[in-house]
Each structure stands twice: as structure tokens, then as C-alpha cells.
Design a protein around this ligand. Structure first.
Ligand code: KG4
Length: 335
């Protein structure tokens, strides 16, 4: 079964054709990063406009790269939540138009579910159940993936997402957008024990995360250093901060896995591209003899291939939408 998938939840306009949830036939991404860079972050109104300009050509290219016409696809999958509402609406409305014109079924896909599905594309042997650490720009959570369309939230951030904390810390250090990615590059050779950070804990909820204290701490460190007339060593501070964030992610993950007798861990979301996090979860899984599945780097960020993968499983589970389909800025993964 071949699915045409569309993604426009943030600042990438993307379309792909995916066969049976696992084989990517085409995968096109039009990134707006350069445009948002001058503002230091994504400007929602600009994102919506650029999606509206790009979507038609991106979808056409996905079909032509796959050497297919719309008539030859079996269904259309689209990201409908969560994300920037104006951005989501562009993809949702375009997909509705295609579905109406072609008579092909329309399948709504949750953005974070599709981030998890990136690992179905990367690893042909991966099947639920497993535990997944979802780490993206807007969300951080530990999810039990009971089946392809059955999720249970085990733990979540109480404040900032890990990606958000990395982006804000990068910004405070004067590192240009996209902060998390650039911080990872710049801090590669930094000494990760140069600066000390608190160890966040959410009392009574050992699997929940908190990153706002770490974010405040790094901003205070920068201010204090500057007030003393000293220079911030961005490499060392960045490496120490990444270690603090990934340490928090790994500690909670280890506890959640052990307490729930889990032996398979999957990483998902933009921050799963982080070199320190990838290394640390590998060490963790080796220590316990757990199987680890990391999405390939090209599928960590927003893309439509992962939407086509998850869309296939949503289709098999009977999920369909009509022309009344709306977009939602917020939606739980287990709804
Ligand atoms: O999943 P994603 O592409 O978008 C959302 O759905 O939120 O995640 C974007 C987040 C941003 O916060 C970005 O800074 C972060 O992923 N990110 C990274 C890296 N690459 C992207 N953070 C740390 N290290 C990276 N290599």
C-alpha cells in the first residue's frame, strides 16, 4: 500500500511517498531555517506563509520523484496535531483538497506518533511493544508504545521540553538558530565537567522531567561570568549543559525501563539527533543489555516519510477523516 504523506507542523514543508509503512519511495523537505534564522526562532506567521507557497511544488516533487501520479497512491496521510496552528492548517487543507479531488482516503496523523515511526523506517525488525523517549522541540516524554496506535504516557516534562531548553541555552550563549543543532556542533570538543548544574527532580514522579531550572541556571551562569568581566567559554559551557540535560533524560529513562521490566528502548524527535544523547543511551543500553533503536539522523527532524509510516498503521487501525478534519495546536499522543 502506497501512502502520500504531508507534514507542515512547524518550519519544514514536507511530502513523501511510503510503501507499507516501511519503504520510503520519495521524501522531499523544503526547510525554512534560513528565513527564521534572522529572528532567532520560528515566526509562526512567516512559517504559515512559506508553507502555503511551497506545499504545491513539494507534493508534486514527492509524486514525481516516486514516478507516480495522485491516482496511483492508495491514501493520503497528513499531520494534524500538535504544532503551529496556522502551519498545520496549510497541510491539512491541502491534503483535504487532494483527498476530495482524487477520492483517496484521508488519514490524520499525530506528529509525535510519526516521530516514533521514524524508527520503523530505519529498523525493519522494530515492532511494538517498547518504551520510547520522545525528545523534540515542544515535547519531552517517556511513552509506552503498546501497539502501533496504542500509547501510554509514563512520564513527561513539567515545564520546558529538552529541545526548548537547549535552544534557549544556545540563544543565551549567542549561538545562532537552530540552537540545539548548532550547540551540539560547537560544544563537541568542550569539557563537559567545566560548569556545574543542579540535578532536576520532580518529587514523587520519578519519570517526569523538568528543564526550566537548568535553563535558568545556565542563563545565571552567563550573567555572573559577564558581571565579573570574564569571558564565557561557550564550548565548555555548552558541553556541560548538554551533559546536564542528557543526564536528566538518561536517569529517568533508566528508572522507567527498570521499574517496568522493559528491554527495548527507542529514541524519537529532533533532539534524538544529539550526539551526546545518542552516545549516552548507547552506554545505558549496553550496561543493561537492552536493545536500542535510534532513528537515522536524516529522519530525526520533521519530515513526511515518518508521517507516511505512521499513516500506514493508522490506516490499518481504521483511522479516516473527512472534509471536516481540523488541525489542533495541542493534542495528547494517547488520544
Ligand atoms: O522534533 P523536532 O524536529 O521538532 C518538533 O517537532 O518539535 O525537534 C526540534 C528540536 C529543536 O529544539 C532543535 O534544537 C533540536 O530538536 N535539535 C537538536 C539537534 N538537532 C535538532 N538538539 C540537540 N542536538 C541536535 N543535534
Amino acid at each position: 500500500m502506497k501512502i502520500l504523506a504531508i507534514e507542515s507542523s512547524c518550519d519544514e514543508t514536507a511530502a513523501a511517498v511510503v510503501e507499507d509503512g516501511r519503504r520510503v519511495i520519495s521524501n522531499v523537505i523544503a526547510s525554512q531555517v534560513q528565513e527564521h534564522k534572522i529572528y532567532g526562532g520560528v515566526v509562526p506567521e512567516i512559517a504559515s506563509r512559506r508553507h502555503a507557497e511551497a506545499i504545491s511544488s513539494v507534493v508534486s516533487k514527492a509524486l514525481s520523484d516516486a514516478d507516480m501520479t495522485l491516482e496511483e497512491v492508495d491514501a493520503i496521510a497528513v499531520t494534524y496535531a500538535p504544532g503551529l496552528i496556522g502551519a498545520l492548517l496549510v497541510g491539512v487543507n491541502y491534503a483535504k483538497g487532494l483527498s476530495y479531488a482524487s477520492g483517496k482516503p484521508l488519514v490524520p496523523v499525530h506528529h509525535l506518533r510519526s516521530h516514533i515511526a521514524a524508527s520503523y523506517i530505519t529498523h525493519s525488525d522494530l515492532k511494538p511493544p517498547f518504551f520510547c523517549l520522545v525528545v523534540s522541540g515542544g515535547n519531552t516524554m517517556m511513552v509506552k508504545v503498546k501497539d502501533y496506535t496504542d500509547f501510554e504516557i509514563i512520564g513527561r516534562t513539567r515545564d520546558d521540553a529538552a529541545g526548548e531548553a537547549l535552544d534557549k541555552a544556545a540563544r543565551a550563549m549567542g549561538i545562532p538558530y537552530p540552537g540545539g543543532l548548532n550547540l551540539d556542533r560547537i560544544a563537541k570538543d568542550g569539557k563537559d565537567d567545566s560548569y556545574k548544574f543542579p540535578v532536576p527532580k520532580v518529587e514523587g514522579c520519578p519519570y517526569d522531567f523538568s528543564f526550566s531550572g537548568l535553563k535558568t541556571s545556565v542563563i545565571n551562569t552567563i550573567h555572573n561570568t559577564k558581571q565579573k568581566g570574564e569571558e564565557v567559554n561557550v564550548q565548555d559551557l555548552g558541553a556541560s549543559f548538554m551533559r546536564a540535560v542528557t543526564g536528566c533524560l538518561c536517569r529517568n529513562t533508566e528508572k522507567a525501563m527498570l521499574d517496568n521490566d522493559q528491554t527495548t528502548l527507542v529514541l524519537a524527535g529532533g533532539v534524538s539527533a544529539n550526539s551526546v544523547l545518542r552516545r549516552e543511551v548507547e552506554v545505558l543500553c549496553k550496561k543493561h543489555g537492552w536493545k536500542l533503536y535510534l532513528p537515522e539522523l536524516s529522519l530525526c527532524g520533521d519530515n513526511a516519510a515518518m508521517v507516511g509510516s505512521q499513516g500506514y498503521y493508522e490506516y490499518l487501525a481504521g483511522s479516516r477523516a473527512g472534509l471536516e478534519l481540523n488541525a489542533f495546536a495541542g493534542m495528547e499522543i494517547d488520544k
